[in-house]
Design a protein around this ligand. Sequence first.
Ligand code: DPP
Ligand code: ZN
Length: 867
Amino acid sequence: HASVLLKDYTPPDFLVDRVTLVFDIRPEETRVTSTLTLFKNPDKSNKSSVLKMDMGDFEIQSVTLDGQNLSSNAFQADGKQFIVPDMPDRFTLETRTLLCPEKNTRLEGLYRSRGIYCTQCEAEGFRNITPFPDRPDVMARYTCTIIADKTACPVLLSNGNPVKAGDLPDNRHFVTWEDPFKKPCYLFALVAGNLSWIESPFVTRSGKHITLKIFAEPENIDKCHHAMACLKQAVKWDEERFNLEYDLDLYQIVAINDFNAGAMENKGLNIFNAKYVLADPATATDDDFMNIQRVIGHEYFHNWTGNRVTLKNWFQLSLKEGLTVFRDQEFTSDLNSRSVERISNVKTLRALQFPEDSGPMAHPVRPDAYIKMDNFYTMTVYEKGAELIRMIHQFLGETLFQQGMALYFKQFDGMAVTVEDFLSVMAQAGHMDMTQFKRWYTQSGTPTVTVTRSYDPDTRILSVTFAQHTPFDRNQSEKQPLHIPIRMGLIDPEGKDIIPEQKSLIQMRDDTHTVAFQNVPSGTLPSVFRQFSAPVKISTDLSDEELAFLMARDTDDFNRWDAAQTLFNKEIQTLVSAIARHRPLTVSQNLVQAFETALSDQSADRAFLAKALAIPQEMELANLFDCIDVDAIHAARQHLKTHLAATLTPLFLNTIDQCGHSDPESLSIQDIGNRGLRNLAISYMASLGTASVHDIVWKAFLAAENMTDEFACFKILCTTTPELKRKSAARFYDKWSHDPLVMDKWFYVQAVSPLADTLPCVKDLVTHPDFTLTNPNRVRALIYGFAMNNPVHFHEKTGNGYEFITDKILELDTINHQIAARLTGCFNHWKKYDSHRRVLMKQSLEILAASPNLSTNVYEIVSRALA
Ligand code: DPP
Ligand code: ZN
């Protein structure tokens, strides 16, 4: 299990000019003929004549070099590398390989999903199709011919444009595709199967007519219209905001049921997890609809940031992912509510990226080393990476940032580049020295910024001091201070913001930084890191009363939300320590009042309230503690929720009533907000556990007119009583057993139930006829859902939860390495639990480590966790 190191990077010895592929697809037997024109890299000084290419585990049937057949001792092929010594400067190499996509359960390379042949090549899947220099800095032009049975596979797709098609004997046919753009092999794609499609014309800004197509299984084609609308929004938005136009005549998206990730941006032929394409109000929740918009946008935006300008090596992954996540976040913010989007993104960052950045998987946004690249498609590369772009955007402002982007495409179009290249154009456009900023890319860990105040009533000067600190970790024993943008305001006692916008950005470069504001009325409060201007942990000295004031009056929505979060967090910390010391549990009147004021505010945006009044999830709360007590956190959260419900019952009932009149099929911000707030209020009420509120939830479940409400009520019912859980699950199953995406929800909701019988119930569900370990969505719903989103039961003192998951990891690892490795991450934070659980979790990791046939993917996660 060797590490690949960034410092060992060398340019390729051989480059590829043209790739001609022929796929002859037959049941259990796909023959691939690949013809490559290769040449020695002219830019490399010490040229080697030995051709070394990557290859996967398949049979090579023949190799010819410039038309001459090579005997099997003229080359080496061991299932990892394909080596031919003594090559001329330029030559044509043809290899014929034999694949069996039907047996490919790893879902990398060419595989079959419910009868559809498809590919997934990022990061290193192309080598499983044919021997190739499988690295992103080798870019070539591709032609691909697909031959298959006309009845089984009427639709044959690849990248670019179809240039030739025709019938062949024995009910077979072929289509040849040509992609005019050079690309790395990770962007190659092929799809063959019985698919229906919808299509729509689009005229780009320069007047070019293009065709947008979305393919799905015939029974799902009616669920593609939302995705199509989102695609059009994305094409238009990229023209307007980034000045980027689509470059081919055809843009195709295919929905696939078995898919390791969310979606893949293959040039002109995106392949998507069906979850991010298919939707209608009866089967998809508001969150599903929003996720589709985000992911459709994300993959489309990759056409420029990723495909036209690509990566020199995989260490640079954030160059395309961080930037493209920033772009998709801006897209959904421009189209929906900016502050609600920001809140959702920061919640994800705090709940998932912050812990990653302080655990065994901590790595810089640009990692220095990996064993298996698949393990580095992380929250840090994606979400923290997007925060870094967002900080650059703040330093430069929109105009200069866009000038930097224009320069990026001008200088690097058609090339494979690095983070340094991106920073250099931004430095140039912004007339800014980015040397210190670059540390954000090379240094791991989340800085904590501590904010303290001092106010002198005589001089009326308010001084605010910021101090940054990043704890050392396995990557760097000493951390350098970072360049941090701090967007801030001052809220005077009347609730007025008293610093002008253009003075609101502070640039922190040193360990500490003090700003003094003149002429400030007494009682003025700083509002710091507005819109979460930097990905840091913020520690302030604000009192509960001051937080409550900011929650009600801050002019920055994000900070109003964040003040509420801080109040909740402080309350939970107090409750948890009371539980530990067996003291009676109380809830501060201050929090109840702030909550009541917010919920009674008739003018407030309901989508915002639904976010602001939700107590942080147990996973987020866990980050507040050095030693995580899952049971105490659960009990504290439950106590707080019940207390609020009991104290404010009439207000919650009123909210349920007032928000109950939305159009069930509408996706307007108002209607989504109404549903969100109503379902939140129902969930508060349900925490009271009385028969009468159970009745309210059950009736709402039966009356639901869309999946948002049905799912919300189902989830709540599964937290009430075993009887109601059984009844609602049975009803939901009868209604939806035919729909795989809805069945994922059915499995998930039962997996995350807090009721006592959950683990035995999950074990039963594994044997349910609708469960399978070969479908990643199903595994994520039931197994991953249990391990990651049900702390109380996963961490059961008995260790039964750990044992169950350990068995599943081993079983999964024989099927799909990537999915097994993701699941293994549930043990990453074992050092943060009490000694009893620590021992048990470590034992699980040791069992995995000792397992004889562990995949490289799982090995890397386990060995980092144990290190
Ligand atoms: N490159 C993909 C994406 O993030 C992941 N396979 O869009
Ligand atoms: Zn991406």
